[in-house]
Design a protein around this ligand. Structure first.
Ligand SMILES: Cc1ncc(COP(=O)(O)O)c(C=O)c1O
Length: 412
């Protein structure tokens, strides 16, 4: 199929694509094919001017007054409401605060407190490390336990001791999408709660956490949401949990009345109780502006576009790359795939460095995964075609086979 596709056909496909105009909302550097929006999204054009305003006017001139006058104090809730639309829940069920890791600590602790007679956080092997590390930390701090099983055994492993099932909805390494309705229903049927990490799902898949009756979720602001490096993360908690919700990171901004400066903590109502300390307003401002890139975007159509992009890359990989020793490590069924296609190869690190040197930017995940992400907001079909040609050439010429590309950098 892909062998019949020419570069001209890709250009024609891009020209006829009803979502192609969304790329104009982003700064994509000339000459670069950016296939790492799953790690750090491109800069939305709405961000620099908004940041200038926040730095020069709100901070520079408004100073402390901007907490009230520029909406800084309510930014966590305002930005949360924008993310709520992307994950299919109500505006007052999401708050933006801290990092995904810290937010996981809060929601796992809260879930354990909601199930005091159960002792297990249940997860799967091969999930993103921070999720497992935090779950272990929460379990150790609270006298509970963190258990992991293979993904295929997850539903069967939920039992009467399971307080919470924790899972990354779309796997970071393979792009495999787990069945949120089935896993949520199975957990709840056994009396357990669910915590979903949406870091590789929000902004690419059309999520419906409300319909699915998911209990809790967290996710990154800097991947498909394009909020910039270290953008704050978000927490979702279903409304019916708000009244009983309780967690140990009880900072002053989660207090019912922070500016009463009371000696003792009384938690706020609703999502506000999940706040801890002062939010990073400049990063929050960038994320706020970045989310406008989703204005008017039909999420099911966006995900269809993502599936077309990844399917095209899989077809090209079958035709041109598998013969170089790559194995496709992502699901072949596009409906079970998020935005990445991962190619396993023993020399994956050096290959990725050589490909990046030719301005096709993906990343590497140990031990052997060359990962390519296809953000449907700004990736073109012709770029997929050109990227496959570059990888093919790097392999044919063995351009990767030099010490310079084998030396590991700190961030891979
Ligand atoms: C699934 C998942 N969760 C969490 C994180 C990172 O969490 P944090 O923002 O706290 O570093 C990542 C980062 O890539 C991720 O892929």
């Amino acid at each position: 199929m892909a062998d019949q596709v020419t570069r001209a056909a890709c250009l024609a496909r891009d020209a006829a694509d009803p979502l192609a105009h969304l790329r104009d909302r982003f700064e994509v550097p000339d000459g670069v094919i950016y296939l790492d929006g799953n790690s750090l999204g491109c800069l939305p054009k709405s961000v620099p001017a908004r940041m200038r305003e926040a730095v020069e006017n709100e901070w520079g001139r408004g100073l402390i007054r901007s907490w009230n006058d520029a909406g800084w104090y309510t930014a966590s809730q305002r930005v949360g409401a924008k993310i709520a639309k992307l994950i299919g829940v109500d505006a007052n069920e999401v708050i933006v605060t801290d990092s995904t890791s810290v937010d996981l600590f809060k929601v796992l602790s809260a879930a354990l407190r909601l199930r005091p007679n159960r002792k297990t956080i249940l997860g799967i092997r091969g999930d993103f490390p921070t999720d497992a590390y935090i779950a272990s930390g929460v379990a150790a701090a609270t006298g509970n336990r963190f258990a992991r099983v293979d993904a295929s055994d997850l539903i069967g492993a939920i039992d009467d001791d399971t307080a919470v099932v924790m899972l990354t909805h779309t796997n970071y390494k393979t792009g495999l999408v787990y069945d949120m309705p089935a896993i949520t229903a199975a957990a709840q049927a056994r009396g357990a709660l669910t915590v979903w990490d949406l870091s590789h799902s929000a902004g690419i898949l059309p999520l419906e956490l409300g319909k699915v009756n998911a209990d809790f979720a967290v996710g990154c602001g800097y991947k498909y949401l394009n909020g910039g490096p270290g953008a704050p993360a978000y927490i979702y908690a279903a409304k019916h949990h708000h009244a009983a919700l309780d967690h140990p990171l009880t900072g002053w901004l989660g207090h019912a009345d922070p500016f009463a400066f009371a000696d003792d903590y009384v938690h706020a109502k609703g999502m506000d109780k999940l706040l801890t300390g002062t939010p990073p307003i400049l990063s929050l401002t960038a994320l706020d502006a970045a989310l406008d890139a989703f204005d008017g975007v039909d999420l099911p159509a966006l995900y269809e576009r993502a599936q077309s992009l990844t399917s095209f890359f899989v077809a090209l990989a079958d035709e041109r790359l598998v013969r170089h020793g790559f194995a496709i490590a992502s699901p072949r069924d596009a409906k079970r795939r998020g935005g990445v296609v991962s190619l396993a190869h023993d020399e994956g690190y050096a290959i990725m460095q050589a490909v990046i040197a030719r301005n096709v930017i993906g990343d590497f995940r140990a031990p052997n995964i060359a990962r390519f992400g296809f953000s449907p907001l700004y990736t073109r079909f012709v770029e997929v075609f050109d990227a496959a040609a570059v990888i093919d050439d790097v392999m044919t010429t063995r351009a990767w086979d030099t010490p310079a590309f084998k030396a590991r950098k700190a961030v891979t």
